[in-house]
Design a protein around this ligand. Structure first.
Ligand SMILES: Nc1nc2c(ncn2[C@@H]2O[C@H](COP(=O)(O)OP(=O)(O)OP(=O)(O)O)[C@@H](O)[C@H]2O)c(=O)[nH]1
Length: 225
């Protein structure tokens, strides 16, 4: 599989955002095998990956999008679902997060039942209710194998004040849908005007995207405009 850097639209030359463009850090979490890598790949590369391996630690994928004429860098943190691959990285995922995408597999009831544990992990890492969250049920192309019905998922989403999206990273017809899911999050974040500073070109993408001291002064949703 191509590395995350090869997917980085902002490194491709012409589409570099201006130095002080906004960056939205969105973490994608859920059980191993639910399709987090495929969904983030689908959004950033516009296709389903030829093959995937279990994510170790975290993978980054970035895409520069245009919202109302403003170039915004969406930085997706594709986290490992397997506990043994998460341990050392987990505190980094949750630093300066702007939004969370919870993913379950509609054909795997256990991945749906794990969601409260993922929500609890967010709480333990001090992610406040002000951080937008969405719920994504993936692998809808496997219609005959569905174990988690829309009604049950919708109830769960409502009880946690999250919008629910059911989609397929695999089905090419859902390409626009996957795009729309992440664009919805980006639009919401843009309307909330978080303070984010971009890194100089070539900087290590693991560097926290917001300056801590400014964040502490202004709060997590302070505005740089
Ligand atoms: N049919 C179908 N298969 C999918 C879909 N999305 C992912 N898969 C398959 O599900 C398996 C796991 O996908 P990944 O994207 O690697 O899952 P992950 O959640 O990133 O897994 P971890 O890295 O272990 O946390 C792979 O074999 C994918 O090909 C989908 O929408 N439909």
């Amino acid at each position: 599989m191509e590395s995350s850097l090869e997917l980085t639209t902002s490194l491709s030359g012409t589409s570099l955002p201006p130095l002080r463009s906004r960056i939205f850090k969105i973490i994608v979490i859920g059980d191993s095998g639910v399709g987090k890598t495929c969904l983030t790949y689908r959004f950033c590369a516009g296709k389903f990956p030829d093959k995937t391996e279990a994510t170790i630690g975290v993978d980054f994928r970035e895409k520069v999008i245009d919202i109302d004429g403003e170039k915004i860098k969406v930085q997706l943190w594709d986290t490992a679902g397997q506990e043994r691959f998460r341990k050392s990285m987990v505190q980094h995922y949750y630093r300066n997060v702007h939004a969370v995408v919870f993913v379950y597999d509609v054909t795997n009831g256990a991945s749906f039942r794990s969601l409260p544990a993922w929500i609890e992990e967010c709480r333990q890492h001090s992610l406040g209710q002000e951080v937008p969250r969405i719920l994504v049920g993936n692998k809808c192309d496997l219609r005959d194998a569905v174990q988690v019905g829309t009604d049950v998922a919708q109830k769960f989403a409502d009880s946690h004040s999250m919008p629910l999206f059911e989609t397929s990273a695999k089905n090419p017809n859902d390409n626009d849908h996957v795009e729309a899911i992440f664009m919805t999050v980006a639009h919401k974040l843009k309307s909330q005007k978080p303070l984010v500073l971009s890194q100089p070109p070539g900087a290590d993408s693991t560097v926290p995207v917001r300056k801590r001291e400014e964040e502490e002064e202004r709060g997590p949703w302070g505005c740089s405009c």
